[in-house]
Ligand binder design. Structure first.
Ligand SMILES: NC(=O)c1ccc[n+]([C@@H]2O[C@H](COP(=O)([O-])OP(=O)(O)OC[C@H]3O[C@@H](n4cnc5c(N)ncnc54)[C@H](O)[C@@H]3O)[C@@H](O)[C@H]2O)c1
Length: 186
């Protein structure tokens, strides 16, 4: 690869980065653009293999964490280790999500709680934790992967839509708030 790479010297965290569809390829692409990459995933083997692949194909520094993003203690430990080894997170990609299908009347409350914990609250926790560093460095991006599930009116995917939609709207709005109106770029 020749010429300057867009994310040289930046640190990018992708949740659900072991995923073969969006998370893993996103992390790989950032690494190809010069970023140091952090991936975390519930699926230990896939996450480890994706990290090995990214290291091998790009030579980038890659940290991989096997964790549930709803477990705040583990997320905090991941961020502390990341800051120590690579520096503060410049780009946060909120990609991991869980989606239990079902109609409202038969939807288990534990499934509601889990979907909101993973697909909404965990991302808010991450965003509020990395934002101060972005503001201090005057650069940063938070990318919230959303879903069209609700727009197309699938009655079985309302919870996922709610979590995903709020993640995109609310967290992005808050980031703009604390950034004092800057247009933040990496
Ligand atoms: N693929 C699509 O067509 C599509 C469509 C609409 C929205 N999306 C959104 O894109 C994102 C990624 O979807 P995908 O299709 O690549 O899914 P995927 O299942 O391939 O990857 C998601 C990864 O997240 C991980 N994960 C799930 N829960 C986790 C948790 N609690 N903690 C840590 N890791 C966890 C999974 O193990 C998996 O590796 C999701 O937010 C999804 O809602 C995808």
């Amino acid at each position: 690869m020749s010429g300057p790479r867009e994310f040289e010297g930046r640190v990018v965290l992708v949740t659900g980065g072991g995923g073969a569809c969006i998370g893993g390829p996103t992390a790989l692409r950032f690494a190809q653009e010069g970023a140091s990459v952090v991936i975390c995933d519930l699926h230990e083997r896939r996450n480890r293999e994706m990290a090995e692949r990214i290291r091998k194909e790009t030579g980038a520094s890659v940290l991989d964490f096997h964790l549930d993003i709803a477990e705040r203690g583990k997320v905090e430990a991941m961020l502390a280790e990341t800051e120590k080894k690579l520096g503060g997170v410049d780009v946060l990609v909120c990609n991991a999500a869980e989606n239990k299908l079902g109609k409202i009347v038969s939807y288990e409350m534990r499934d509601w709680d889990r979907t909101i914990d993973v697909s909404l609250s965990a991302n808010f926790f991450l965003a509020r934790r990395v934002l101060p560093g972005m503001v201090a460095r005057k650069r940063g991006n938070i990318v919230n992967i959303s879903s069209v599930a609700g727009w197309i009116g699938n009655p079985n995917e309302k919870v996922m839509f709610l979590a995903s939609d709020r993640r995109a709207g609310f967290i992005t709005g808050e980031a703009l708030n604390v950034s004092g109106g800057w247009y933040m770029r990496p």
